[in-house]
Design a protein around this ligand. Sequence first.
Ligand code: PGA
Length: 257
Amino acid sequence: MRKPMIAGNWKLHKTIGEALDLATVIKKETDTIEDIDIVIAPVFTSLAKVAEQLVGSNIGLSGQNCYPAASGAFTGEVSPALLRDAGCRYCIVGHSERRQLFGESDSFINEKVQALLAAGLGVIFCIGETLEEREDERMYEVLAAQVRDGLRDITAEQMAQVVVAYEPVWAIGTGKTATDQQAEEAHAFVRGLLRGFYTEEVADATRILYGGSVKPDNVDGLMAQMDVDGALVGGASLKAEDFLRIIRFRRSPSLED
Ligand code: PGA
């Protein structure tokens, strides 16, 4: 049974003070939860402070992005080692906003995945098709290329530190969630890719999160799908009440072991 993960991507929101307030509430309210991995990804400037606040909790801290070099003349960038130094356990990579707004390619994303794993960080590796790609029936081709090229040279052993997040671009920040069925179809396909690129064991063990307008009122249906192992939550992770309800998604009895 894969341990569910609920991750909050705070994007470009919240001052240090606001981030601390939200982290404090989440920490307090999730104190006793051990059977779900909870992750929050504040902006760079809040990471170190939030890390201090999370000491003694099970909540994992995540960066939202990184640069693949360890150090050097790369103005404005942050390395995996510095994320770790700030208290991060994970980093999000390949988010569609990075791909679309900042022109990140699969091969650049792959460099980041490699650098993060080498630095001992877990990776939340995002993939997903645009509406146009889905309507042109190129969705499976696009997902296959993103997985193949983004995870190039990542070993089966290293995959234990990688979580995949399937985020259809048309569902991100639009309030238009994929249906439970659409999510399951895509997740089952991605798991099949992992089976092909790696092994049955890797495919069975790798968590695949769904992202794109996950809210308190749709999380239960999504999480009831066999191949949906968690959620990467944007907008709804900014409000404690909503994020906590998502963390407390209703377990489907048929999926319990
Ligand atoms: P959303 O964002 O939940 O606001 O759609 C999800 C994401 O971008 O990870």
